[in-house]
Ligand binder design. Structure first.
Ligand code: HEM
Length: 231
């Protein structure tokens, strides 16, 4: 079966409800995007404790793991996993539907209508997904960490970024996060019904400001370790 046939079969299997419509799935993408984006912003702020030293960062990590009698982190993980799963599902099915609806001859025209950022959504999203898997194996489970110590997240953070290849991958992944987030915030405010010429410059300023802040601070972590500022 060709990609187009598979996609049409998939669309038929999804039925005719809200989630089967492309508008419904765009709303799912936008709503889950807000959850994921909120997490990334809070996570970036939480990691600022690394600039306050080992005690502050380890204290913060302990709080995350013990809040609500240790249940909090599991609720939070379930929400994140559900949001990420729905986000990827909506992205993949919308992409397949688009491919089925557009014959190959349309490609040039399609590129004119879409921005450079929107065209990069797919590959930046793919690199981000790979980064998240690596990141969890690196700093949460320690599986790919050179010397992981469950009791000392600060040491894991510092020793992890002392490896230039690992720090380099984090930096590249944050740049992909920037592309993904900028376009994501921009188009999600559109899917949630906020697109209006009056609000466009506000939307652009919001998307750019928040993206630069999150990416800039996140990139500062591996750089601070590599330069010995955090040690
Ligand atoms: C340079 C940037 C980043 C740094 C320094 C960083 C640091 C950390 C650290 C130290 C942990 C372990 C916390 C602990 O177990 O106590 C962690 C966990 C995690 N990080 Fe990051 N992170 C960064 C970027 C990101 C990004 C961009 C994402 C998502 C797109 C992300 C998603 C996660 C997730 C899902 C966890 C697991 C939380 C849990 O235990 O359930 N991180 N991060």
């Amino acid at each position: 079966m060709s990609v187009a046939e598979q996609s049409i079969a998939g669309a038929e299997a999804r039925g005719h409800g809200f989630l089967a419509s492309s508008v419904g799935r765009k709303v799912v993408m936008a709503a889950t995007g807000v959850v994921l984006f909120g997490f990334v912003t809070v996570h970036m702020l939480g990691n600022l404790t690394s600039y306050m030293g080992a005690e502050a960062m380890n204290h913060y990590a302990e709080f995350l793991h013990t809040m609500v009698h240790g249940m909090g982190i599991w609720v939070f993980r379930a929400v994140l996993l559900t949001a990420a799963g729905l986000h990827i599902w909506a992205a993949v099915t919308l992409t397949l539907d688009n491919m089925a609806a557009r014959p190959t001859g349309y490609r040039a025209q399609q590129n004119v209508a879409s921005t450079w950022s929107s065209r990069t959504m797919r590959w930046s999203g793919f690199i981000l997904a790979a980064f998240i898997v690596y990141h969890l194996l690196h700093l949460t489970t320690g599986t790919v960490h050179p010397n992981f110590n469950h009791a000392n997240p600060y040491a894991n953070f510092v020793n992890g970024f002392k490896v230039p290849a690992a720090a380099g991958f984090y930096i590249v992944a944050q740049l992909c996060l920037g592309l993904h987030m900028w376009h994501g915030v921009w188009s999600c405010t559109q899917s949630l019904g906020l697109a209006h010429p009056r609000y466009d410059s506000l939307r652009r300023t919001f998307a750019t400001g928040l993206t630069v802040l999150v990416v800039g601070v996140n990139i500062s972590y591996p750089i601070a370790v590599l330069t010995g500022f955090i040690h």
